[in-house]
Design a protein around this ligand. Structure first.
Ligand SMILES: C[S@@+](CC[C@H](N)C(=O)[O-])C[C@H]1O[C@@H](n2cnc3c(N)ncnc32)[C@H](O)[C@@H]1O
Length: 361
């Protein structure tokens, strides 16, 4: 990926802007994460046994996050909010930054882990044992991968089988690509590709979990290790979250992402179903909060209804001074280098692809 298409700066966002975002978020409609039962059934929630095993192995290696992480994160943060002033700090932005950097194995000179450690101890001591243990384990979460410095962090919401995230990760090693997908088979598919490409499964066979962790960590950190198969660095800039990308936004710290990609999302064409579309006014508020200054949202769709809906909502929010459209839209080869199964299906059925890019102001 060319840095120009998705790069953003971290300076210049004022506290007033943040306050504006917070006030704004109270006015807008809520995102409807719970989908209808018939949709859940159709979308096949469970992956195959092999996929589930891969998800398990890749979670142990640090490339995958389980849904449980998000629910623990929100449970601990919610209860912390209502307890003590020390606990309040646990849900603060600096904590989130430290937590995500550690969990994604990102080196960031701006986080100050030493400053926040005593807060965990205070909170853990002041609660009942079970809750204290939960907090300890939640806040001690750390990726087994060797932390690295990335120039950019990009989130793709609803990556399907993950071809785009993998293609982007291959072409731009200086960017960390975080993908979220609610469909377990989709997560299984992309992780199987990663595991095969990096030779992780081969390494894991015949070893216990501890050995796998050490072996994997060592293998991806030593580019010239000479071990066969030596493709271990291929996807070290990819992290997969099996869960709702919109919910994930609410857990991220402010000004954390450089870009958000939404490619061929479910269009929910019936007017009465529009509240299930990924792009909603309140989702834009969260996107605005988590993007760095000049951070961008890229949207690709072949559904007229979704394209118009997205443009209307962004235009509405732009009138409040939050967004501006980037025209012409940056070349798709810099963010959508592949033609996915869903795009091809649309082309075969006579639809055409529409692209939009919106920049945070
Ligand atoms: C039509 S598919 C497109 C997949 C892929 N982007 C592509 O171009 O092939 C839409 C995907 O978004 C996923 N999805 C929908 N809402 C989501 C959400 N809130 N968080 C994560 N994934 C979501 C669905 O499970 C589905 O796999």
């Amino acid at each position: 990926m060319e840095a120009g298409a998705i790069s953003s700066s971290d300076g210049g966002c004022s506290d007033e802007q943040q306050e504006h975002d917070e006030n704004h978020s109270q006015e807008v409609q809520k995102y409807e994460a719970r989908k209808p039962k018939w949709w859940m059934k159709l979308s096949g929630r469970r992956g195959t046994r092999a996929q589930r095993q891969t998800i398990e192995r890749m979670t142990q290696c640090g490339y995958c996050f389980s849904r449980q992480v998000l629910s623990d994160f929100s449970r601990v943060n919610n209860s912390a909010k209502h307890s003590s002033s020390a606990a309040e700090q646990l849900s603060s932005d600096s904590w989130r930054r430290v937590w995500w950097n550690r969990s994604l194995a990102v080196v960031d000179e701006n986080d100050d882990a030493a400053q926040v450690t005593p807060i965990i101890d205070t909170v853990s001591n002041s609660r009942n044992v079970k809750h204290a243990q939960k907090i300890q384990s939640m806040y001690s979460n750390k990726s087994p991968l060797v932390p690295q410095k990335f120039e950019r962090i990009v989130l793709e919401i609803g990556f399907g089988s993950g071809d785009n995230i993998l293609a982007n990760a291959m072409r731009d090693k200086s960017t960390l690509f975080v993908g979220s997908e609610i469909h377990q088979p989709g997560c299984g598919t992309v992780l199987q590709k990663m595991e095969a490409e990096m030779g992780l499964k081969m390494r894991a066979e015949g070893s216990d979990i501890e050995e796998k962790k050490i072996d994997t960590t060592t293998s991806i950190s030593s580019e010239n290790s000479g071990d066969a198969p030596n493709k271990a660095t291929s996807y070290e800039n990819v992290r997969i979250l099996q869960g709702d990308g919109v919910k994930l936004l609410s857990h991220l710290p402010c000004k954390y992402l450089d870009a958000i990609l939404i490619t061929f999302p479910d269009p929910w064409p019936k007017e009465g179903h529009s509240h299930w579309r990924v792009v909603q006014p309140n989702v834009l508020v969260e996107m605005h909060r988590v993007l760095k200054c000049d951070g961008k949202v890229f949207v690709a769709t072949d559904a007229e209804c979704f394209n118009d809906w997205t443009r209307n909502i962004f235009t509405q929010e732009s009138s409040k001074g939050d967004w501006e459209e980037v025209t012409p839209c940056p070349n798709r080869s810099t963010w959508l280098p592949i033609v996915s199964y869903y795009e091809q299906k649309g082309i075969d059925e006579g639809r055409h692809t529409m692209l939009q890019c919106w920049k945070k102001k």
